[in-house]
Design a protein around this ligand. Structure first.
Ligand code: SAH
Ligand code: SF4
Length: 381
């Protein structure tokens, strides 16, 4: 409240806000609403901050969408449990390991294993075995990120001990009322449970990534500014956020007339990336695949103005049609090799360099640890 007051009283210029290192909610709203020359200045500043802090490298995380079986019914998602039009699949171990081998041989550095949310002991154990095998096939070299939804802290710990070291779990919205509007009303889809899961992931020692969808029904610009403040407050190591894209076979589809155009959502997503780069300069920020569903060069545009992580899709082409979280998901018929070549060319155009064979961990993640080591050291003296 106090900083809002100062901001409106002193009438800061846009350029002055850009040069700050700390931002109030109203500063963030100003940045997110930037148009014309201000929009250009925002993107230039974010690009400069990115180069100064995390550098020019883009790190690859090969994405393996290994199962679309999901126990949840999120109101926006195309593979929600109640969508009976989806043919459910589980990739075989061989298919998953082959995709990971491709990532390793092509020096991707890391893979992301993503799936619907399932918590059965059979699923949990399967992931344990897969993690061990991926580590084995790559001589421990491939970094592994998991994105398998909310699980118990014991499961998170077990997966961490088996080789995963990063976890993606989007908060989707940091506004509890809004969260409730886009999820079924029951304990299984509760905001509190989501926050607890994020906390548990930190306790279990992961580099935690979170994020939100941008431009879904009922969401305001203030909500998005608060989402950015939330990322900072919970001190995440990485963020992945992209435009919300409607899906015909979901309950949220009926509100499609009340939302921004796809182009507006795309532009807002770019501004969210740029603004976040100013707010949290040294974290990892992903160029979300959903950007590409709206603009063929969408991810490269995000890399130019602040993002530094890209997730090439390594899911077997035969399953991709059945992993449509949203409409127009790109590269439905491109295999991994094609996807890689096309990406390399695109990244070159965006002026970035690929960090081959590197994990590309969040620089931010290591900071508090170093601080802790120093504190422990001083306390011992
Ligand atoms: N089941 C896991 C991982 C798969 S879903 C989980 O929910 O965490 C991964 C992400 O896809 C979700 O976090 C959500 O933000 C995104 N997503 C789902 N439906 C979407 C839509 N209609 N538009 C844009 N992103 C969507
Ligand atoms: Fe399942 Fe994730 Fe889709 Fe929710 S967003 S329905 S948990 S796959």
């Amino acid at each position: 409240m106090a900083s809002n007051f100062i901001s409106s009283q002193t009438m800061k210029t846009f350029q002055e806000i850009l040069l700050q290192t700390d931002f109030s909610q109203s500063d963030l709203v100003t940045l997110l609403l930037a148009e014309g020359d201000n929009r250009k200045l925002l993107f230039q500043r974010a690009q400069a901050v990115k180069l100064q802090t995390v550098g020019n490298k883009v790190y690859f995380r090969g994405l393996v969408e290994f199962s679309n079986i999901c126990a949840k019914d999120c109101l926006y998602c195309g593979i929600r449990k109640s969508n009976e039009k989806v043919a459910r699949y589980e990739a075989t171990d061989d298919e998953i390991l082959e995709a990971c081998r491709f990532a390793w041989e092509n020096r991707f550095g890391s893979v992301v294993l993503q799936s619907g949310e399932v918590s059965s002991p059979a699923f949990v154990n399967r992931v344990v075995l897969l993690l061990r095998k991926i580590k084995e096939l790559s001589n421990g070299e491939l970094g592994i990120t998991l994105s398998c939804g909310e699980q118990s802290i014991e499961t998170y710990r077990q997966w961490r001990e088996s080789g995963a070291h990063r976890y993606l779990l989007r908060v989707e919205s940091s506004n509890p009322d809004l969260y409730r509007k886009i999820h079924p009303e029951n304990n299984f889809h509760s905001f509190e449970r989501r926050l607890q899961a994020l906390k548990d992931l930190k306790t279990a020692g992961y580099q935690v990534g979170t994020g939100v969808m941008i431009g879904f029904p009922f969401q305001t610009i203030e909500d998005l500014a608060n989402d950015l403040l939330f990322f900072k407050q919970i001190d995440v190591a990485m963020v992945g956020m992209g435009p919300y894209i409607e899906h015909e076979d979901t309950p949220l589809y009926k509100f499609r007339k009340n939302i921004k155009t796809k182009q507006e959502r795309f532009d807002l997503a770019l501004k969210m990336v740029a603004t976040l780069r100013l707010l949290m300069p040294d974290i990892n920020i992903a160029a979300a695949t959903a950007l590409q569903a709206i603009d063929p060069a969408g991810r490269e545009k995000a890399l130019t103005i602040g993002a530094n992580i890209l997730m090439p899709n390594l899911t077997s082409v035969k399953y991709r049609k059945e992993y449509q979280l949203y409409e127009d998901k790109p590269c439905l018929d491109e295999d991994a090799e094609l996807c890689k070549n096309c990406l390399e060319a695109r990244i070159e155009i965006s002026g970035c360099e690929i960090g081959y064979g590197e994990w590309g961990d969040s620089k931010h993640f290591f900071k508090p640890q170093i601080a802790q080591i120093i504190t422990d050291y001083i306390n011992k003296e």
